[in-house]
Design a protein around this ligand. Structure first.
Ligand SMILES: *[C@@H]1O[C@H](CO)[C@@H](O)[C@H](O)[C@H]1NC(C)=O
Ligand SMILES: *[C@@H]1O[C@H](CO)[C@@H](O)[C@H](O)[C@H]1NC(C)=O
Ligand SMILES: *[C@@H]1O[C@H](CO)[C@@H](O)[C@H](O)[C@H]1NC(C)=O
Ligand SMILES: CC(=O)N[C@H]1CO[C@H](CO)[C@@H](O)[C@@H]1O
Length: 141
């Protein structure tokens, strides 16, 4: 009985680790290419994602000072972009939970929308760690 419990707990922990999926740098590049991100800005996007979410698709930020939260690979903010209810909405017409899935299609579409409106400056992670800095090496990807 105890052994069974240990196995069940171990499985639960493993499941939890798999659930918080972290992409490798090249997996990220492959995923971004599949979503049609342009090659000439690829290193900026990789740098942005690495600094914003550590390439974790399921990352939800702690509460920001202004009461908002950031979601997913691109740490998209729920003040304007995603609805933190169960109904899709706000400017990306998605729920915030939609931005936390392993299928990054919705998160990518939303990130492109943010970019179209504000450019990379919308992301503090990019501003502080990527803007004018040396960008990640993706030559092996
Ligand atoms: C709230 O804070 C977050 C993170 O600091 C930022 O991304 C977002 O733009 C802010 N929203 C407003 C309305 O100030
Ligand atoms: C939903 O987002 C709004 C605006 O950022 C925030 O005030 C509210 O507390 C959030 N609700 C939940 C359940 O996260
Ligand atoms: C938002 O997305 C839903 C499906 O998730 C769709 O039915 C609806 O028409 C969309 N609304 C807008 C304004 O694009
Ligand atoms: C906090 C963090 O993830 N910083 C990273 C931002 O991006 C640069 C370039 O890829 C990395 O060197 C930093 O470690």
């Amino acid at each position: 009985m105890t052994k069974l419990l240990v196995v069940v707990c171990a499985l639960a922990v493993l499941n939890c680790i798999c659930y918080a999926k972290e992409l490798s740098r090249c997996e990220l590049v492959t995923a971004l290419r599949a979503q049609g991100f342009p090659e000439d800005k690829m290193r900026d996007w990789v740098c942005l994602v690495e600094n914003e979410s550590g390439r974790k698709t399921h990352k939800k930020s702690p509460r920001n000072k202004n009461g908002s939260y950031d979601y997913g690979l691109f740490q998209i903010n729920d003040k304007y972009w995603c609805s933190n209810t169960s109904t899709p909405g706000k400017d990306c017409n998605v729920t915030c939970a939609d931005l936390l899935t392993d299928d990054i299609t919705k998160a990518a579409t939303c990130a492109k929308k943010v970019f179209k409106r504000h450019g990379f400056m919308a992301w503090y992670g990019w501003r502080n760690h990527c803007n004018g800095k040396s960008l990640p090496d993706i030559s092996k990807c």
